[in-house]
Design a protein around this ligand. Structure first.
Ligand code: TXA
Ligand code: MG
Length: 330
C-alpha cells in the first residue's frame, strides 16, 4: 500500500517526514492549488530521474521547479527580468509558471537538456511548507502517469502511480483544478509567450506586460519538443471523449455512455447518463478532471461533452478538452 498522510501546513510531523524522504532522494506527492505534484529534490538528478521512471515520462519533457519565494527562484536563473519581478509580485504564490534562462545549478535532467527552466511558486500551505522544510526547490510534474489525467485529489494519485511514490500528502481536493498557466520569458527581446493556458487568463498577463503571444502548436509524438510537454494527446481519460456542438442529437453506440452538458441538460436517449456542469469556466476547470476520473472509475466507455464557447475565458478548459479528446497516435 502507498503511504498516505493527512497534511495541513507548516510544523506538522507529516511535513517533516515528507521532507526527510525528499532529502534522501525519495518521491513525495503533494497538493498544490492546481493539481497534485509528484515531488523530488530538484537539485538531485537521481531523484528527478525517479520522477521520469514513475510517470513513464519521455526524457524530452522537462519538469517545473517549485520554489517558496522569489529569492529561491532568482538563484536558479542567469537572468531575472523586470517582467518576472512584476509577474511574481502580482501572481506568486499562484498558478503561474515562468520559463527563464537556467543557471548551471539546475540539473540537465530537470531542463530535459535545454537552456531554460520552468519555475512556479504554488499557493498551497502544504506545498510551501514542504519546500521550506527541504530548503531546496522541488521538481514536480503532475502526479499521474504520462499522458493521463492530472490528479485533483490524493486518491487519483494513488490509483495512477501506486507503489511508484513513497508517500502521498493528502490535503483534500485542489481548489483550482487545471494546471498552471505557463509563460515563456526565456528569450530576451522576444514577446512573452503563453506555452500552456491555465487559471491566469491572457488578459491579466497583458494588463501587466502588454501584448503576449499564444502558442498554439502541438508536438508530434517522438519529436524533439521545442515547446515541450505539448503533445497533442495529453490529459486523457480512458474513456473515449468526443466534443460535440451543444444541442447535437446523440444516440447510444453501445457501451456505457455519458453526455456532459454545459448550462442545461437536453433530453437524452434512454441509457445515456446526463451530467450537468454550470456554464462557468472556473467551475468547469475545478470539476473537469474529477468528473473524468469518476466516469473512468465507473467504467464509462464513451463521453460526449459539449464544446464550450470559443471565448478567452474558456481557453484553458478548451485546451485540456482538445488534448483529452485527441486521437491516440502512438
Ligand atoms: O500546475 C502545475 O503546473 C502542476 C503543479 C504540480 O505545479 N504541474 C504540472 O507539471 O502541470 P507538468 O510536468 O505536468 O507540466 C509542466 C509543463 C510540461 O508541459 C512541460 O513540458 C513544461 O511545463 N515545461 C517544463 N519546463 C519547461 C521549459 N524549460 N520550457 C518549456 N516548457 C517547460
Ligand atoms: Mg502533467
Amino acid at each position: 500500500m502507498t503511504r498516505l498522510l493527512q497534511a495541513g501546513g507548516p510544523g506538522e510531523p507529516a511535513i517533516a517526514e515528507a521532507a526527510a524522504l525528499l532529502a534522501a532522494g525519495g518521491l513525495v506527492a503533494f497538493p498544490t492549488e492546481t493539481v497534485y505534484g509528484l515531488g523530488a529534490d530538484g537539485l538531485n538528478p537521481e531523484a528527478v530521474a525517479r520522477i521520469y521512471a514513475a510517470k513513464g515520462r519521455p526524457a524530452t519533457n522537462p519538469v517545473i521547479l517549485h520554489v517558496a519565494d522569489v529569492a529561491q527562484a532568482q538563484a536558479l536563473v542567469t537572468h531575472w527580468p523586470a517582467e518576472a519581478q512584476r509577474l511574481a509580485e502580482r501572481f506568486w504564490p499562484g498558478p503561474l509558471t515562468l520559463v527563464l534562462p537556467a543557471a548551471d545549478t539546475v540539473p540537465a535532467i530537470v531542463r530535459a537538456g535545454g537552456p531554460s527552466v520552468a519555475l512556479r511558486c504554488p499557493a498551497h500551505p502544504v506545498a510551501l511548507a514542504l519546500i521550506r522544510a527541504v530548503g531546496r526547490p522541488l521538481a514536480a510534474p503532475s502526479a499521474n502517469r504520462s499522458q493521463h489525467l492530472s490528479p485533483t485529489c490524493a486518491a487519483h494519485v494513488a490509483s495512477s502511480l501506486g507503489e511508484a511514490v513513497d508517500l502521498i500528502l493528502d490535503a483534500g481536493p485542489t481548489s483550482s483544478g487545471l494546471e498552471s498557466t505557463i509563460l515563456d520569458l526565456s528569450v530576451p527581446g522576444v514577446r512573452p509567450r503563453i506555452l500552456r493556458p491555465g487559471p491566469i487568463p491572457p488578459a491579466e498577463l497583458e494588463a501587466l506586460l502588454g501584448p503576449v503571444d499564444l502558442w498554439r502548436g502541438a508536438v508530434a509524438p517522438g519529436a524533439i519538443q521545442a515547446a515541450p510537454g505539448m503533445a497533442e494527446r495529453h490529459y486523457a481519460p480512458r474513456a473515449q471523449l468526443r466534443l460535440v456542438a451543444p444541442g447535437t442529437g446523440i444516440r447510444s453506440l453501445g457501451g456505457r455512455t455519458a453526455y456532459v452538458a454545459l448550462g442545461a441538460l437536453p433530453p437524452l436517449p434512454a441509457g445515456i447518463l446526463g451530467v450537468l456542469l454550470p456554464l462557468d469556466p472556473e467551475q468547469v476547470g475545478i470539476r473537469l478532471y474529477a468528473l473524468l476520473h469518476e466516469l473512468d472509475e465507473a467504467g464509462f466507455e464513451r463521453v460526449f461533452m459539449e464544446q464550450p464557447p470559443d471565448t478567452e475565458a474558456w481557453l484553458a478548459v478548451r485546451d485540456r478538452l482538445g488534448r483529452a479528446s485527441a486521437k491516440e497516435t502512438a
